[in-house]
Design a protein around this ligand. Structure first.
Ligand SMILES: NC(=O)c1ccc[n+]([C@@H]2O[C@H](COP(=O)([O-])OP(=O)(O)OC[C@H]3O[C@@H](n4cnc5c(N)ncnc54)[C@H](O)[C@@H]3O)[C@@H](O)[C@H]2O)c1
Length: 253
């Protein structure tokens, strides 16, 4: 008697060609998911590099251009992906930007641009994926927040507000969908070794590392591991949770 393998679950990863997103895509593919990285088409060089870095995965990692800040295009994109690739069972929202300035210098544009990506982007993606998940009775949503959303950070009122907001959003959606087989959680990375943190000056980076009990920056693999864990088929009893992955930098319960 031969058993044909069940179709692979489709996982969307917004910000999928970024420092964390790329490794999240790889680890999800290794975990048996069919992954579609969503990111800005305007980042042509990075898109090309992403294709090269994920070439070994053949059809298990694809790229689709997307701007998560645009509701209508997210709606069209998810509808098209569901036709072409199958139902979206896993959604990882990792797209994010910074627009740092102390509040007394922050412009409304810096505030709004950040909210449109980091918070509206989560709404735009979840809003368009949630109905299919609840109808089918299965879904895993993992939203990438940040330790700075838990502690606050100088020069980041916009970023911290959005990241704390992402967790509030996740807890509320977790309640709305808990009976439908859909879990919604956040992962809050600490400081990771990615271009976002490489942009910080060397002496500030040394100060940051000195404050991390584990004694190093996080790696993209450290974060991806948490995403794979929360998006597993058998992770159905974990919902509305925040999983900090910060090397002990901020401990709480
Ligand atoms: N790197 C860290 O130390 C760290 C720490 C805590 C939280 N985070 C969060 O993790 C997530 C990933 O960060 P990263 O370090 O990989 O940064 P990154 O800049 O490498 O990746 C972010 C990705 O989001 C994409 N993006 C930006 N605007 C978009 C839009 N409108 N539509 C679609 N994609 C868009 C970018 O093109 C980029 O590829 C972000 O949400 C970030 O806030 C990162």
């Amino acid at each position: 008697m031969s058993h044909s393998a069940p179709p692979k679950r489709v996982a969307l990863v917004s910000g999928g060609i970024g420092g964390l997103g790329t490794e999240i895509c790889r680890q999800l593919a290794r975990a048996g998911r069919r992954v579609i990285a969503l990111d800005l088409a305007s980042r042509e060089e990075r898109v090309a590099a992403f294709h090269a870095e994920t070439a070994d995965f053949d059809d298990d990692i694809a790229f689709e251009p997307a701007d998560v800040s645009d509701f209508d295009s997210c709606q069209q994109l998810i509808a098209r992906i569901e036709q072409q690739h199958g139902n979206v069972d896993i959604l990882v929202n990792a797209a994010g930007i910074t627009r740092d300035a102390s509040l007394r210098k922050m412009t409304p544009q810096q505030w709004h641009e950040l909210m449109q990506v980091n918070l509206d982007g989560v709404f735009n993606m979840c809003r368009n994926a949630i109905e299919g998940m609840t109808e089918r009775g299965f879904g895993r949503i993992v939203n990438i927040s940040s330790v700075n959303g838990q502690t606050g950070q100088f020069g980041q009122t916009n970023y911290c507000a959005a990241k704390a907001g992402v967790h509030g959003f996740s807890m509320a959606l977790a309640r709305e969908t808990a009976r439908k087989g859909v879990t919604v959680n956040t992962v809050s990375p600490g400081y990771c070794d990615t271009p976002m943190v490489a942009a910080v000056s060397a002496d500030i980076r040394a100060q940051i590392v000195a404050g991390i009990p584990v004694g190093r920056l996080g790696s993209p693999a450290d974060i991806a591991r948490a995403v794979v864990f929360l998006s597993a088929d058998d992770a159905g009893y974990i919902t509305g949770a925040n999983l900090p992955v910060n090397g002990g930098y901020f401990m709480s319960f």
